[in-house]
Design a protein around this ligand. Sequence first.
Ligand code: NAP
Ligand code: ZN
Ligand code: ZN
Length: 350
Amino acid sequence: MIKSFGYVAHSATSQLVPFTFERRDLGSQDVLIEILYCGICHSDIHQVRNEWKNSSYPMVPGHEIVGRVTKVGKEVTKFKQGDLAGVGCMVDSCRTCENCQDGFEQFCQKHVAYTYNSTEMDEKTPTYGGYSSHIVVDQAFTLKISPSLSLAGAAPLLCAGITTYSPLKHYVKAGDKVGVIGLGGLGHMGIKFAVAMGAEVTVFSTSVSKKDDAHKLGAQHFVVTKEAENLAPLASKFDFILDTVSAPHDLNIYIELLGRNGVMVLVGAPEEPAEVGAFALIKNNRSLAGSSIGSIGETQEMLNFCAEKNILSEVEVISINQLEEAYSRTIKSDVRYRFVVDLKTLPQLS
Ligand code: NAP
Ligand code: ZN
Ligand code: ZN
């Protein structure tokens, strides 16, 4: 076994503390990655605090991982020692069910081995995430990272990036009027991708202070949602709206903004269900949908798209002992726009 070190939550109410644990020895298809940076996704906070009621402890969070390959298994062809590598929200799936065969591993009908708060394919061995020194992952679930990308700015692409790229790619075409609700980690990537795809982008935000940033990110319009009258003139104007909000909020006021056959996709995952009025959807033949991360293939496509267009996350790099502060600022919507942990700041293994 490979001795590893990270930060762990032992319960929904405890702070993250140092933790020594073991990674499996390298199998023939595995790569050993020394983790350099790991983004802090709001899903980490939901899960550490058991807001989705599916948490198991001890939990080492983190699924926006970039690092360097330090060793490869005997049959690994995709990576060699010294290569950059990324790991997102999944580390394995059955690979044989219909969804896996069709390239939708995130919907594996047998078991998705998520990167943390989950189990390996034996459905017993817990998985531990990226707030840690290194990780062992099958090459098939390891992504290639272009050396042209800044590593800290690339880490959030592994979740915030793919989660926004995937639905935008699916629904949006150049010239569409696109709304992004919530200017946080997912939201700011959503703006960048929608702009890169040629959409006209409006940001809906509760934070007046983010207006200048929204424009710098490429959005043409910024609407403060705390005043309901700001939304009224926009009724039926949008082709597509991406909702990235992490806390309970009214969906109906945004559905009203969709034009004919308009679609609103929820990627934000608040702990409480939302009420939706049938008439809001009936008008204009509107659709309300969801979207879950993206497949491994689509994640690689997104990373390549980012390398080509030099798209990166706007990050605040922090040391591992600033996790609590980063969590509380994220909850206050005060993240600009992703916290990324520099794993060099992990205390040395004793
Ligand atoms: P984040 O950085 O905290 O951003 C969320 C943003 O939502 C905030 O910055 C804020 O933007 C807005 N917001 C927060 N509380 C609000 C409230 N009470 N009312 C209205 N707006 C509010 O979070 P994130 O990392 O982007 O994640 C967003 C959500 O997506 C989380 O629930 C996360 O679990 C989920 N997620 C889903 C997937 C998936 O596969 N579907 C993948 C990753 C994450 P403003 O300041 O602009 O209002
Ligand atoms: Zn995430
Ligand atoms: Zn499967």
